[in-house]
Design a protein around this ligand. Structure first.
Ligand code: NAD
Length: 347
């Protein structure tokens, strides 16, 4: 693991196995410099254990940067459970996961991510006090996806402002990849703003909801990169901006909620050279963790969340403006600011 390119001086990478429930889980704590690490739990049917480890290393590093950019007193961590989220869930599995989180004694707070819903976290919370995104309890903040989506929508507007000179989305065409918890809500906001939507997903049911409610046109999963659109909004999985997809994109803006959108950091410069303005993923999708942070603080306040989201959107604007002024790639500018914030706290 120490030799992997995705290993970035993580403070701890913890492997758990529970024979009774079949739990196979890794919790990576990237940094606790700004505070206890926090980040969602992902359930995914990885092809190999090595792929799972790479994913959790990248995701937890991303959470350190995301929490720093969101102005939170939280470090970066993430959990991944190896399994099919449609067929492999059980109460025993999430109780075992809760015990794994508890064993880290507050170094890591968990919440929902891909494949995990509030019911799963509620079960885990019976075994640990370090779970957020709950639907019950004094400070419960519920599913963070709707707030994440609101932040993504506002981020799309902030990016459009810089790319098109106006943040009016009326009549703009947006190609949306993934219409799950985040993408579905993003579509709703975009449709309300008058945007034309072209959407894709592997889940027919989710697609049917969005096409009916938001008058979205459905594209085949493999055709979404070829759509004649102004904006591409990735809201499914990572590494989807790569040399193959970039040459197919006809958009001027990439702005969406998915984590780890760029296949490699070098893609940021290639996206810039293609004349596309990219909203760095961990900045534009930071509103969900702000919502979770409000719960972790012990007293949930929507006003506090909204105030932090305002600052987050300003921070995104600063990243885009600096990149445009200096000719830098937006992801590299964001990384530099995030690292500087963590180093300032360490000092
Ligand atoms: P989700 O599981 O609810 O939705 C993901 C959707 O993507 C699903 O509908 C799935 O069917 C679809 N999908 C899977 N493979 C696809 C493919 N090849 N092409 C098109 N669609 C595909 O998950 P979510 O919570 O909406 O998260 C989406 C992304 O946003 C993830 O990258 C996640 O890490 C990130 N994110 C989520 C939150 C949050 O609050 N939930 C916060 C920040 C970032």
């Amino acid at each position: 693991m120490f030799d992997l390119a995705s290993f970035d001086d993580h403070e701890g990478v913890h492997f758990f196995h529970d024979g009774d429930s079949g739990l196979r889980c890794v919790i990576a704590v990237h940094s606790t410099v700004l505070g206890p690490s926090a980040g969602g739990c992902r359930m995914w049917d990885y092809a190999t254990g090595a792929e799972m480890v790479t994913d959790v290393l990248r995701l937890s590093q991303g959470m350190s940067y995301k929490n720093a950019m969101a102005g939170l007193e939280l470090g970066g961590g993430k959990a991944v459970i190896w399994g099919n989220s449609k067929t492999d869930k059980s109460e025993a599995l999430f109780r075992a996961f809760g015990r794994a989180v508890e064993s880290l004694q507050g170094k890591y707070y968990t919440a929902e991510d891909v494949g995990i819903d509030t019911a799963d976290i509620e079960i885990a919370a019976q075994e640990t006090s370090y779970a957020a995104g709950l639907t019950s309890g004094g400070a419960a903040s519920g599913d963070p996806s709707p707030i994440t989506a609101l932040g993504v929508f506002r981020g799309i507007k902030a990016t459009a402002m810089r790319a098109f000179g106006t943040d009016d989305l009326n009549g703009r065409t947006v190609a949306v990849q993934g219409v799950g918890s985040v993408g579905g809500h993003v579509c709703q906001y975009l449709a309300e703003a008058g945007a034309n939507l072209v959407v894709c997903d592997v889940d027919e049911t989710a697609l049917a909801v969005v096409s009916q409610r938001d008058s979205a046109t459905i594209a085949a999963v493999n055709d979404i990169y070829d759509v004649e659109a102004d904006i591409f909004s990735p809201n499914a999985l990572g590494a989807i901006i790569n040399p193959d997809t970039l040459k197919r994109l006809k958009v001027k803006v990439i702005a969406g909620g998915a984590n780890n959108q760029l296949k490699t950091p070098e893609m940021g410069a290639m996206v810039r050279d293609a004349g596309i303005l990219y909203a760095p993923d961990y900045v534009i999708n930071g509103a969900g963790i702000i919502n979770v942070a409000a719960e972790i603080s012990g007293t949930y306040s929507r006003e506090w969340v909204d105030a932090k989201m305002d600052i987050l959107i300003e921070t995104l604007g600063q990243v885009l403006d600096e990149a445009l002024e200096t000719g830098g790639a937006t992801n590299i500018v964001a990384d530099r600011i995030a690292k500087a914030r963590i180093e300032a706290a360490r000092a």
